[in-house]
Design a protein around this ligand. Structure first.
Ligand SMILES: Nc1ncnc2c1ncn2[C@@H]1O[C@H](COP(=O)(O)OP(=O)(O)OP(=O)(O)O)[C@@H](O)[C@H]1O
Length: 246
């Protein structure tokens, strides 16, 4: 895969907080249509990496290109535009409790669509996004009436509504029971196939990784220590990699 075609390119990224060196010479690419899992111990820098990619944290060194743009060169307006192409699914779900499911889904449209576009297309967009996650019947429900798995699905629908080109999933199955976790993992694959989105998935859940990943990057000692399929990594005799599987 050449770098020009990559959805995200991280080149020689370094980031320290005082004497705490978190990322050091970290490089990676996210290829079109790929589900890429970042696997690393707690505190290894996965969230810092994601925050650098969405320009919430400035790296000490290195270059990051997202959808062909060097993010260090973007002004606020250009960055806002780019963020509309990036979907996030946060661990917390962050639904607005005082709004219905429909209002929650319409919320991102306020910022990114004109009033005319919203009047014309919002209803269909909401319906399609909810159907994608199998929750069309929850349109007028309040978040408090939904189970944890359903909230996660609604949060995913809200991410999908802007038809992002890339989705960043932060521990999408944490806190869910194994069956619901598997449903969410399957949904991530369904979304990948339907919209051909590329995704970065931060996860410790081996079942989720097995179901969703096309490739796994092991973030160890601040570096892209290994990048391979889950199956190949499981066969790797390197003790630092074995730690994750034994
Ligand atoms: N804004 C910040 N200021 C100072 N230190 C920070 C900041 N953000 C993160 N760190 C430090 O960077 C390191 C990596 O944190 P990060 O949250 O990226 O880990 P993680 O791999 O996402 O962990 P987990 O799996 O537990 O979520 C930690 O030592 C953390 O204390």
């Amino acid at each position: 895969m050449n770098k020009e075609a990559a959805i995200i390119t991280v080149d020689h990224l370094s980031k320290a907080f005082g004497s705490n060196v978190v990322l050091t010479d970290f490089s990676m690419e996210l290829n079109p249509g790929e589900n890429l899992v970042i696997l690393g111990k707690s505190g290894s820098g996965k969230s810092v990496l994601i925050k650098c990619i969405i320009n919430l944290i400035a790296p000490d060194q290195g270059k990051i290109r997202v959808l062909g743009k060097d993010i260090s060169e973007l002004d606020q307006e250009e960055m806002d535009k780019l963020r509309a192409d990036i979907g996030f699914l946060f661990q917390s779900n962050a639904l607005y409790d005082s709004m219905t499911v429909r209002q929650n889904l319409e919320f991102p449209l306020r910022r990114h669509w004109t009033e005319e576009e919203r009047e014309k297309n919002a209803k269909n967009a909401v319906t399609e996004a909810l159907e994608d996650v199998g929750l069309a019947h929850t349109l007028n429900m309040m978040p408090s009436e939904l189970s944890g798995g359903m909230r996660k699905r609604v949060a995913l629908a809200r991410t999908l509504i802007l038809k992002p080109k890339v989705i960043l999933y932060d521990e999408p199955t944490t806190g869910l029971d194994p069956i619901t976790a598997r449903e969410i993992s399957n949904l991530i694959v369904k979304i990948q196939k339907k919209y051909q989105t590329a995704s970065i998935i931060i996860s410790h859940d081996m079942n989720c990784i097995r179901i969703t990943s096309n490739r796994v990057i092991m973030l160890i000692e601040g570096k892209n220590y290994a990048s391979d399929t889950l199956e190949n990594l499981k066969q790797n005799p390197d003790p630092k990699i074995r730690e994750f599987f034994d």
